[in-house]
Design a protein around this ligand. Structure first.
Ligand code: ATP
Length: 793
């Protein structure tokens, strides 16, 4: 018990001490009476990535839950163990996914049957069909979100412009009052934002934020409750529409990844848990491993649809989200992305009344009219922009993290979260109005490509350049900054806009609304890049290479690199969404890499920071430096709760009630009840044991269940396996026996106690394991290693 600092009492005690009442979590999972060292998952109120406050462990939790048991621990454990448990106790108990395929006898039987039926080929074809479906459906959802946002925003800004024109009469444009338009603007921001925030907060809190950290954690192997439900998708879609229409500083790309992931998880499983509907198709794909691959494809299709960038979308998923990939998966993901963009183009072309796909309006961030050229002496300038992007990005990440910690601490109430979103919306509108009111930036009409030029306090034949920046969605503003001709703004306008948007986006990311961070980050960078070009041009008017659009693009890349810390996918997305030539890849990648390197010096990318702050047990790509020189003995947990190959139903039932682990080594050659001294012959999961008990798969009544029991018996209950509470008391079956030989995974990955931790980490990481058995030379269990042991030991 000392080593785990966690587990239950010695196994002997579990067997004999039946009077000890197990403690029950709100989720229905039962914990050993003397454990409870990790707070339990509450399925009804899951921990949120962006909003979760790790529960502070009560003393009883640290010391053990039940009276006698806590006394035991207090008496026996040296203080340093209690300390290490305190650290673990303050982390939410995220469970892991089972990416390792359990190749038990039932699975092998299925494989043999399928070989006879040429099922493998059929399964492969179905897999392709599912990926294509994912691409199409994700694109249709993306189109709907896109079109609704576009239409509602157009209505909103047209109304505001009309209101401005009525209250600031055109005949006397230099005079007038902005109060009424301001009030309308507030109204059109507050209503949608409050509605969206309320939906997120009260209906499905997991939809808060961009969704990328959640999907990333899921793909790493961490089970995030409710992340891929249909209800989540619905709230996410409405949430992002209301937030963007409400004018918050955010974009739709993160939520699109999440939407794609939900679509993928839903389609590939052929059933909906929300609607309790099983279509009885795609049953062979009902396991974590298969589902994970589809979710990756869905995420890629989502980004591709958000930007109209198939290769960028696929690379984004691989670079940012995926933890595991292989050649086939990359292929399928690319196909899902291409299908997604193709569908998007068809629908948007039809919507815009076009009959081909060469319409430049399909480039999300607008196509540059002239090919973008650069001279080699500009490369250091791009690098400087990259460095500035890295510094700005690192500062943004750290400020945003501080703001989010502050909100977690001081705004715990649901209504407070909604009010906070409304306050940030009001702040945005007010700052925009103040800028419009106080900055006199009038430009001649016809110069600016904005759809809705507002005259406001300008002379006839002029439009207000500040209002032009604010009276549109953030995505449209990025387009303007890339493509507005030189001289479209004053230096002061852009300088203030950069500062205001920097602060606004920082305050917005982390609110309880569905929003992505990509567009506001690109917007700040574009404004910053353009500003820098304008200032330099002001001092060196002969420097004609300082094309503001080009520098806006590099600035956007730099800031994105500084905040998100991605390079390859961002450069490809920027190229695909603006249609620049491949020769411009070089400047983009220079800016991105400089930004990433500078930013990495200070902190991690925003998605990783969020994951860390919320204590999600993510496995890094590489073993941590502190593992160097350590062996398995240092991190394993022992004694290990084991099960005999043929064990009594009563023991299994009691053990599951008292112990909350999810994997148990199966042993044979056991003398008496000294299970942990037996020889290892496999591993069995908690979920499998519960199904065995629920379906009464006992040796004594084998002839009844054997003929119709197959791997499907277990898959049918995936992914929401019942808890041990749903198994009725054994009563007359108390003396029944369970034979695990056909259910257990007979080939669990095993290592030796003397193997090095870095090597073990790589095995664990590469194979997507959940449990790793440490065995001695006699094949007896020496310990067990799970994800938590790499993170908290
Ligand atoms: P996960 O949490 O990753 O889904 P799990 O629930 O099986 O997997 P945990 O219960 O979270 O694993 O593991 C917590 C601690 O208990 C870890 O230190 C781990 O090594 C240890 N542990 C896991 N399974 C057993 C077991 N069967 N017997 C004893 N200790 C175990």
């Amino acid at each position: 018990n000392k080593k785990t600092g966690h587990s239950s009492k010695p196994i002997k005690d579990i067997e004999v001490n039946q009077s000890e009442e197990p403690t029950t979590s709100s989720s229905g999972r039962t914990a050993p009476a003397n454990s409870g060292n990790y707070p339990l998952i509450d399925n009804d109120h899951p921990p949120l990535l962006e909003n979760f406050t790790p529960p502070v462990p009560r003393e009883s939790q640290i010391n053990g839950n039940a009276g006698s048991a806590s006394r035991d621990i207090n008496n026996l454990e040296p203080i340093f163990h209690l300390r290490s448990r305190t650290a673990a106790a303050s982390t939410p108990n995220y469970e892991s996914l089972d990416y390792e395929v359990c190749e038990n006898t039932l699975f092998q039987d299925e494989q043999r049957e399928q070989l006879a039926e040429r099922f493998s080929l059929r399964k492969d074809i179905i897999r392709w069909i599912i990926f294509i479906q994912i691409g199409i459906i994700t694109a249709l959802i993306a189109c709907s979100i896109d079109i609704i946002i576009e239409e509602l925003s157009e209505l909103k800004y047209q109304f505001l412009i009309k209101s401005v024109q009525e209250n600031v009469p055109l005949s006397d444009a230099t005079e007038g009052d902005l109060v009424i338009p301001y009030l309308y603007w507030l109204l059109f921001s507050i209503l949608p934002v409050a509605f969206g925030a309320a939906m997120v907060t009260y209906i499905e809190p997991i939809t808060a934020g961009s969704g990328i950290p959640q999907v990333k954690s899921y793909l790493n192997g961490v089970k995030i409750p409710r992340i891929v439900r249909i209800k989540t998708l619905a709230v996410k879609a409405i949430g992002v529409i209301t937030s963007v229409v409400g004018g918050l500083a955010g974009g739709k790309e993160g939520p699109m990844i999440h939407a794609g992931a939900v679509v993928a998880a839903g389609i590939s499983q052929g059933k909906s848990t929300t609607f309790v509907k099983d279509f009885r198709i795609f049953k062979a794909f009902r396991d974590d491993h298969e589902k994970r691959d589809f979710v990756l494809g869905g995420g890629a299709a989502g980004v591709s649809a958000a930007f109209g960038a198939p290769i960028g979308g696929m690379l984004f998923s691989l670079e940012e989200a995926a933890s595991f990939w292989n050649q086939n998966l990359i292929w399928r993901t690319l196909v899902a992305s291409i299908i997604s963009v193709f569908t998007l183009n068809i629908v948007l072309s039809a919507y815009h009344g076009l009959n081909d796909f060469t319409f430049t309006g399909l480039f999300n961030l607008g196509k540059f009219d002239q090919p973008l050229k650069f001279d080699y002496f500009e490369l250091p300038i791009f690098m400087i922009l990259g460095v500035s992007g890295g510094l700005l990005g690192a500062a943004w990440n750290s400020l945003n993290t501080k703001i989010n910690k502050f909100r977690k601490r001081f705004i715990p109430w649901k209504i407070g979260k909604v009010i906070e979103a409304v306050v940030v919306a009001i702040m945005g509108v007010t700052l925009a109005c103040l800028m419009i009111y106080f900055i006199n930036d009038c430009r001649p009409l016809g110069n600016d490509p904005t759809n809705n030029p507002v005259q406001l306090f300008c002379e006839d034949n002029e439009y207000n350049a500040v209002a032009a920046l604010w009276f549109q969605t953030p995505e449209a503003t990025v387009r303007s900054l890339f493509h507005d001709p030189p001289g479209s703004h004053k230096i002061l306008t852009l300088a203030l806009f950069t500062v205001v948007y920097y602060v606004l986006s920082c305050a917005t990311f982390g609110l309880n609304v569905s929003l992505g961070v990509f567009i506001p980050t690109a917007l700040v960078g574009a404004a910053w890049g353009r500003l820098l070009a304008m200032v330099t041009f002001y001092f060196f008017p002969q420097a004609e290479f300082l094309h503001p659009g080009k520098y806006a693009l590099i600035g956007a890349a730099a800031n994105l690199g500084g905040v998100l810390r991605m390079t390859i996918s961002l450069s490809v997305i920027l190229m695909e969404t603006t249609g620049v030539e491949s020769s411009f890849f070089f400047p983009l990648i220079i800016a991105l890499i400089s930004a990433k390197w500078v930013g990495d010096y200070f902190n991690e990318g925003i998605y990783d920071t969020q994951i860390q702050v919320n204590h999600v047990p993510m496995l890094t790509w590489e073993p941590l430096p502190q593992y160097k020189g350590l062996t398995a003995q240092k991190i394993l947990s022992s004694p290990v709760v084991c099960i005999k190959l043929r064990d009594s139903a009563h023991y299994i039932y009691q053990m599951l009630k008292k112990c909350e682990h999810n994997g148990f080594p199966v042993v044979d050659n056991v003398e008496g009840n000294r299970r942990s001294e037996g020889r290892v012959c496999g591993i069995i999961l908690r979920s499998q044991l519960i199904v065995i008990l629920l379906k009464s798969l006992y040796v004594e009544n084998k002839r009844f269940w054997l003929p119709e029991t197959s791997i499907q018996t277990f898959r049918d209950l995936y992914p929401r396996y019942p808890s041990i509470k749903s198994v009725r008391k054994l009563d007359e079956k108390i003396n029944y026996t369970v034979d695990l030989s056909m259910f257990m995974n007979p080939s669990p990955v095993r290592v030796n106690p003397h193997d090095s931790v870095p090597r073990i980490f790589q095995i664990f990481r590469a194979l997507g394991l959940r449990h790793l058995l440490v065995i001695n030379n006699e094949n007896r269990i020496a310990g067990i290693i799970t994800r938590r042991d790499f993170i908290y030991k």
